[in-house]
Design a protein around this ligand. Structure first.
Ligand SMILES: Nc1nc2c(ncn2[C@@H]2O[C@H](COP(=O)(O)OP(=O)(O)O)[C@@H](O)[C@H]2O)c(=O)[nH]1
Ligand SMILES: [Mg+2]
Length: 202
């Protein structure tokens, strides 16, 4: 299964600016530079749909993409970039929290760079997701940068800070498109289940 069509819809800060609800939507969150935009590009087979940047911390907006005419991908602004002023950080917090609290039917993917032990901000993000009772999944990114041995060692390190079982998380390389099929299937399955339940309710 593969995503055939994707287009940028709009950028937003406030809930009133989000595009009209379509159904379930999938959002990507994580520290800046973790690979959010690259992952969205990889999933959608587009080189430059979500702008990727070598200068982290640039996108302070929520970016909406329409996928195959019926679901949204949401690229959320990244956190953890040290060099931004306090006011920007505060705005960022408001933008994210507004989104998490919003009435959208959402599944959130929380991205962690496999080479790093999750930061305090990562852990805080996780607590936010728990607090708002949001369905979320962890994706470890940039897996191509580690050998199998290193991967194994790194997972052990990460597990000291974060409880999870390897079956419940995703591994992704946007460079090599590793994990793409699995994640795409997962997303389509979620959409199917969601639409089925919606049909029952109506
Ligand atoms: N090797 C490798 N580099 C990646 C991968 N994903 C992202 N990058 C690089 O990491 C940097 C940040 O990526 P980007 O998608 O802009 O991160 P974002 O800030 O979270 O949107 C860019 O230089 C990307 O080329 C990956 O899977 N493998
Ligand atoms: Mg980005």
């Amino acid at each position: 299964m593969e995503i055939k069509k994707s287009e940028f819809v709009k950028s937003a800060v406030y809930e009133r600016d989000y595009p009209e609800k379509k159904g379930i939507e999938f959002s990507f969150i994580g520290r800046s530079n973790v690979g959010k935009s690259s992952l969205i590009n990889s999933l959608t087979n587009r080189r430059n749909l979500a702008r990727t940047s070598k200068t982290p911390g640039r996108t302070q907006l929520i970016n909406y993409f329409l996928i195959d005419d019926n679901i949204y991908f949401v690229d959320l602004p990244g956190y953890g970039f040290a060099k931004v002023p306090e006011t920007v950080k505060k705005n960022w917090g408001n933008t994210i929290e507004t989104y998490l609290k919003s009435e959208r039917d959402k599944v959130v993917f929380l991205l962690f760079d496999l080479r790093r032990v999750p930061s305090n901000e990562d852990m805080e993000m996780l607590r936010w997701l728990e607090y708002y009772d949001i369905e979320y999944y962890i994706i470890f990114t940039k897996t191509d940068k580690l050998s199998n041995n290193e991967k194994f060692r790194q997972m052990k390190e990460i597990k000291k800070k974060l409880e999870f079982s390897s079956e419940d998380v995703f591994f992704y390389s946007a460079l090599k498109n590793t994990g793409k099929e699995e994640l795409t299937e997962f997303i389509y399955e979620k959409v199917m289940k969601y639409n089925k339940n919606k049909g029952k309710k109506e």
